[in-house]
Ligand binder design. Structure first.
Ligand code: FPP
Length: 255
């Protein structure tokens, strides 16, 4: 066996290995079009959400295959409380059912699950499921799955700023950290690399406004219940073909 001139350092002296979750890209998805998908089939809107929940499972399973390390799904905005109470109740039930039924699969697949957003208006049963799913999956290192429930980007910026109001000045990192905390995400608000919106609309709807400062945007006519792993792959490969300049000029023109 060839001898190395540089024997491996003991484990405690080596730089910590980046997990797949840390090194992969951050994709955020606005899962739109459930209602239209259902009504165009003569079915109640709630049928669209039920079909949408099945798609969530497939997309979460496929995400690590496309180099995705963090996946943030917009499941329920702070404005969605204004929907008919039957629809809101069904959505809360679907979220709870998802957390309970997927927790084992997430543990097996090394997925860490966290719910971001406010917690003070969430039904008690759902809250219990959130706490226990987060606890059970806390060691996941392949994918950070974040589901946004009762989420508003503007509201989180205001609450983060309020939490820092005693400071004389604040940095971007401090604000990002505070936004993470108010949304029950105990890390900085990580930048979104790719934002996907299904359902044909082209807007951000108060989702991750800070984190999307330099996100690539990808809009598709596909309604969420029709969205497939192949669509996700196509969006990811289009992302990799785009040149991200962050306000500078292309490398070739830099001179
Ligand atoms: C937007 O479509 C979708 C929602 C407000 C709910 C998203 C919920 C799911 C995808 C299902 C369950 C999710 C999880 C995480 C288990 P819309 O109803 O506004 O559609 P429309 O614009 O066609 O009316």
């Amino acid at each position: 066996m060839p001898q190395s001139h540089h024997p491996a350092k003991p484990q405690h002296m080596r730089p910590p290995q980046q997990s797949a979750a840390e090194s992969g890209i951050h994709v955020a998805i606005i899962m739109d079009g459930n209602g239209r998908w259902a009504t165009s089939r003569g079915r109640p809107r709630t049928a669209g959400h039920i079909a949408g929940a099945r798609v969530v499972k497939k997309i979460v399973e496929a995400a690590p295959d496309f180099g995705i390390g963090m996946l943030t799904l917009y499941a329920f905005s702070a404005d969605n409380w204004a929907r008919p109470s039957r629809e809101v109740a069904l959505l809360m039930k679907l979220f709870r059912r998802y957390l309970v039924s997927e927790v084992e699969r997430c543990v097996t697949n090394d997925v860490r699950m966290r719910i971001i957003g406010r917690r003070d208006r969430i039904p008690a049963e759902l809250l219990r499921a959130i706490v226990s799913a987060e606890e059970a999956t806390r060691h996941g290192r392949k994918l950070d799955l974040r589901i946004a429930v009762d989420y508003s980007a503007r509201d989180s910026m205001v609450r983060a700023a309020e939490s820092l109001r005693d400071k004389e000045s604040i940095t971007r990192e401090e604000l990002a950290g505070a936004m993470g905390r108010v949304n029950h995400w105990y890390g900085e608000a990580r930048d979104v690399d790719l934002l996907i919106r299904t359902g044909g609309e082209q807007r951000l709807s108060d989702f991750l406004l800070w984190e999307c400062a330099y996100a690539e945007l990808y809009f598709t006519e596909r309604r969420w219940p029709e969205f497939t792993a192949a669509d996700l792959q196509q969006a990811a490969s289009e992302f990799h073909s785009r040149e991200r300049r962050y306000g500078t000029v292309p490398a070739a023109a830099a001179g």
